[in-house]
Design a protein around this ligand. Sequence first.
Ligand SMILES: [Zn+2]
Ligand SMILES: [Zn+2]
Length: 237
Amino acid sequence: MKLFYDLHLHSCLSPCGDEEMTPANLAGMCALAGLNVVALTDHNTSDNCPAFCQAAQKLGLIALAGMELCTREEIHVICLFPTPQAAQPFSRYVQDRLPPIPNNPEIFGRQIHMGPEDRVLGEETKLLAAAADIGIDEACTLAARFGGLAYPAHIDRDSFSLLSVLGIWDPNLGFSLAELSRNAPPHFSQQPDLAGVGLLTGSDAHYLHQIPDARFALEADQSTPQGVLDALRRRSF
Ligand SMILES: [Zn+2]
Ligand SMILES: [Zn+2]
């Protein structure tokens, strides 16, 4: 079945995510946008995924638990898991490899951890937007080891992207997918080194108004998180 997706969304736990991006608000806006499959991908954490997935499922959405990992090289990588429970050990692993830099909410923004019904559980004190001590050459196999799927984010952007940092698409890194931002130039996907790479599009929304109407779809055999991950692995989109 055809499922409209957005697999790159930030909540108020990301320091740069707007405080109105609560899990319930985010899920509600995704439903209004006509999306069927959504993933919460805060910077270096999946800790708001339990609340988000619950809120999204209540609205009939297929919700994946995710994270936008920032590697040692400052390359952003989308990591997706079928459930918040599956994402949790990976989230702990990544947070254990973040530098002990405290967040300064005045500069970077608050990092608000939320539970069901948008109950505030507290604020994360460690800066989540830092680079984890995990290499880009580890990311693909590491996510797979934890039962997830990883691919580089917004590769068309000038910063925090695989191509801006490394300069080339290196197939030895093991990624079979990559994400383009919504405003990637049309010719971007035609470059020869991306031949054979499955290209998804994500909104990277940090504000409610940045969640665009559904446009990009994948074709899944089953309307479940695992069915979506299977569709991504076989590049059925
Ligand atoms: Zn990013
Ligand atoms: Zn992002």
